[in-house]
Design a protein around this ligand. Structure first.
Ligand SMILES: [Zn+2]
Ligand SMILES: [Zn+2]
Length: 143
């Protein structure tokens, strides 16, 4: 687990850009209703990194909402084009959750888990080849 990622990305209009050099902590696909509403799709594909491994240039707008779990997520996006970029979870201090589709080259992305399958719309297909969870993620093993 954990992919060494050295990559760049940004929003649709290019006003916000980011660079990452670091190891991913977890890669997931999430079907929760908030991810569906925020993205306008059936799921979001996200990769978690340490904040210090990510550099962002440009100004984002953000929106905070309380997830099913009771956890507060603050989603950042470009105020001009609306492109989804990253989010912070109150439950994961020091971490940043990057939207896989925002990368210039996301070929390194490989989901390790699929979350909130109870919310998966019938028209949205994600893999059964990795562990699927009806709701939120299991606790991360220590170490
Ligand atoms: Zn933009
Ligand atoms: Zn979600």
């Amino acid at each position: 687990m954990g992919e060494l990622v050295n990559a760049t990305g940004g929003c649709l209009c290019g006003a916000v850009r980011f660079t990452i050099k670091g190891t991913s902590i977890r890669m997931a696909q999430c079907h929760c209703l908030d991810c569906q509403r925020a993205s306008g799709t059936g799921h979001m594909s996200n990769a978690i990194f340490r904040i210090e491994d990510v550099q962002v240039t440009g100004t984002t707008a953000s929106f905070a909402s309380t997830a099913d779990s009771g956890n507060v997520l603050t989603r950042h996006f470009c105020p001009t084009c609306g492109g989804r970029l990253f989010l912070y979870s109150k439950a994961r201090p020091g971490m940043i959750v990057m939207a896989a589709g925002a990368f210039d080259d996301s070929s390194w992305f490989e989901p390790e888990i699929v979350l909130y399958t109870k919310r998966r719309p019938h028209w949205d297909i994600t893999t059964d080849a990795v562990p699927n969870f009806e709701a939120g993620p299991p606790p991360k093993p220590k170490g």
